[in-house]
Design a protein around this ligand. Sequence first.
Ligand code: SF4
Length: 412
Amino acid sequence: MSGNTEYYTCAGCSCLCDDIEIDLDGENAKTVKTACRRGSNIFLEYKENRAEPAIEGRKVEFEEAIKKAQELIEKSKSLAIYGMDTIPIEAQKVAIELAEGKEAYIDNSSSYCLGDFVEMVLKKELPTATFDDVKDYAYVIFYWGVDPHNSLPRHMSRYTYYPRGKKRQRGYEEDRYLVVADIRKSHTAMLVAKNARFIQVDDDLKLVDAFIKVIDKQMPEKYADDAVRVIREMQKADFNVIMGGLGLRYGLKGNYEKFKEMINKMNEVAKVYFIPAGCHANMRGFNEVLFEKTGFVNKYSFKDGESSLDYAFFELLKNDKVDTTLIIGSDPVNSLPFEISKKLAKINTIVVDPRKSFTTQIAKVVIPSAISGVEQGGTMIRSDGVRVKVNSLFEREINDVYVLERLKEVVA
Ligand code: SF4
């Protein structure tokens, strides 16, 4: 392999860039081309900070860690499985089968991220499109409550604003109209210059209302000029796209009916699609796989056969509803409030992760796995719903599918 250049897939975020060129020297990446800085570091530094098999902080053989985790899962009367945003859908399916066999709770980060948007798209309540169509046809490129410049580094250059497409040949300054709606002048908003508009939003619902009112020829309370201008631009083309992020999700305060009404109204006077703009590589993959099996995208209880806010991982911990957790490729101790995350140290926490994290430090059992895109391939689902075959540098025998199949033996 020395000196060969091949294309690989980066699983650093939901862009899932599959055009990464890497010069390999044995098992080391010498140079990484095409990737953003975050993506490059995944390949260049993949040997660093690796998790090791451990039981209560004591290093053990891999097989011992597996056996201990099996024992804890078998004894558990109330198990929650969480994470899975960065592993391939082949492994997500095994985790879901394990949850089903144990009548466990299962959830991923989308329950407090963009799961609601993905659910609306999967239920066909919002019209959606692929990035290929966006690249070829989209005129208004509207980022709402998301700063792709930082969170999705190649989103704009690879899929949306900058590329020239079949019907968008004249370059972004002439052939695209960029709209950025955010509470602050983000790095993406700083790109707003010619043929573009920044809307500084302190109330997302009022901006939603402004679009509806302008289309109904009524005077909105706020954002009238912004709404008039954006609708006028949308009417110039037969393809426009809104990409909604976390800021929009929280700004809507659960008022999704109003948002759907706005998208429907826009489609009375123009052609507008919606794509969730999420972060984690395969968050949508988990949503789709669980949706295919249960009709719900997250926070699901196999015991009760339903999804509920009560079954969100955060709520389960807060309300002391579980005695054991299996956390796969996620670091909730780093992201949850301390009062909640410290509970993970008191129950049986099993972590399957290729890297050390705050959560591996408090776990009863740590099982190392493989890094997606580097040591394990598979299938992931991009935020626009397109399935991407992940080409990895190598295939390790001990990967997420293998580890989860071993843990699933307790319910076989
Ligand atoms: S944009 Fe995302 S998927 Fe693409 S190279 Fe950067 S981190 Fe990787």
